[in-house]
Design a protein. Structure first.
Length: 279
């Protein structure tokens, strides 16, 4: 950790970690700090995660920071790190029909552990996201559990309409892992896509809404979940890396006014995306 004392006084306080000991060990648990005004120091923290898929709630640190006339403000922040998912290569691709009965999906372990912006376990209903690939394509499927379909928002039916206001799954793909160019895709439960190509320019995202992706998307429905199934030609997201992509996603459940995120922080910064690694 790089700590920068931007205050007008020296900083002599103790940074403490709050975490679930069944999910993490953090050493040291308490870190005495001493920094003069405008001084920067690096500190090393050792974090061990026994189960890399079960990470929420995430560790956060607390620091009582003096800022004026004997007053203090307790700063808290969540530990951030990249998640990695190995994507299995398959011989027989799934049929893109909005049904997850293909042997491909049944043989995979889905991503099912999503967090909130605060680093806690997300309060949305269970979401299972599956990834597979072959030489030409990446395959993505999502099963979004829903116990109240009467309040499911699925208003948008036209391509590039505001699907981000509906119940949706939102994806980012940095297909050459350059942390500069990437693609955004937001799909609602109708299987309707809002997509654009993006680039980080002088630290800010610029987007091209006229760009349309090569996605083949089908939506479906089960008794207690809505389904998305997609085929993404790798050549359609050029330039692409054959081994690793930057990747992130979230599921928005409008009825609960909340979302679940794979990797935090979530947003238009490919430096913060997780990694999918093709086997």
């Amino acid at each position: 950790m790089l700590i920068n004392n931007i205050g007008s006084d020296s900083l002599k306080e103790t940074l403490t970690w709050e975490y679930d000991p069944s999910r993490y060990t953090v050493k040291p648990q308490e870190l005495p700090l001493f920094l003069e005004w405008e001084e920067k120091k690096e500190y090393q923290i050792e974090v061990t995660i026994p189960n890399g898929s079960d990470i929420f709630p995430m560790p956060q640190f607390a620091l009582a920071y003096p800022f004026t006339y004997g007053k203090t403000c307790t700063l808290k922040n969540v530990l951030s790190f990249k998640r990695l998912k190995t994507v299995k290569k398959v011989k027989s691709p799934p049929i893109i029909d909005g049904e997850l009965n293909d042997k491909v999906w049944q043989s995979l372990v889905p991503i099912a552990n999503l967090g909130s912006n605060s680093g806690q376990l997300s309060p949305i209903e269970k979401t299972e996201t599956y990834l597979a690939h072959d030489k030409e394509n990446v395959y993505v499927a999502a099963r979004c559990y829903e116990s109240d379909f009467s309040n499911l928002s699925a208003q948008i039916t036209e391509h590039d309409g505001p699907t981000y206001a509906d119940d949706n799954v939102w994806f980012f793909f940095d297909s050459n892992l350059d942390k500069e160019t990437y693609y955004q895709l937001i799909v609602n439960s109708n299987g309707v896509a809002f997509d654009r190509s993006c680039r980080i320019t002088q630290g800010q995202p610029t987007t091209d809404r006229a760009w349309n992706g090569p996605w083949e998307i089908k939506a479906g429905c089960e008794d207690n979940a809505w389904i998305l199934e997609m085929k993404i030609p790798k050549q359609g997201l050029e330039p692409f890396d054959g081994k690793q992509w930057g990747f992130n996603f979230r599921r928005l459940q409008t009825r609960l006014e909340n979302a679940g995120y794979w990797t935090l922080p979530f947003g238009h910064d490919p430096a913060n995306f997780g990694i999918i690694e093709f086997d």
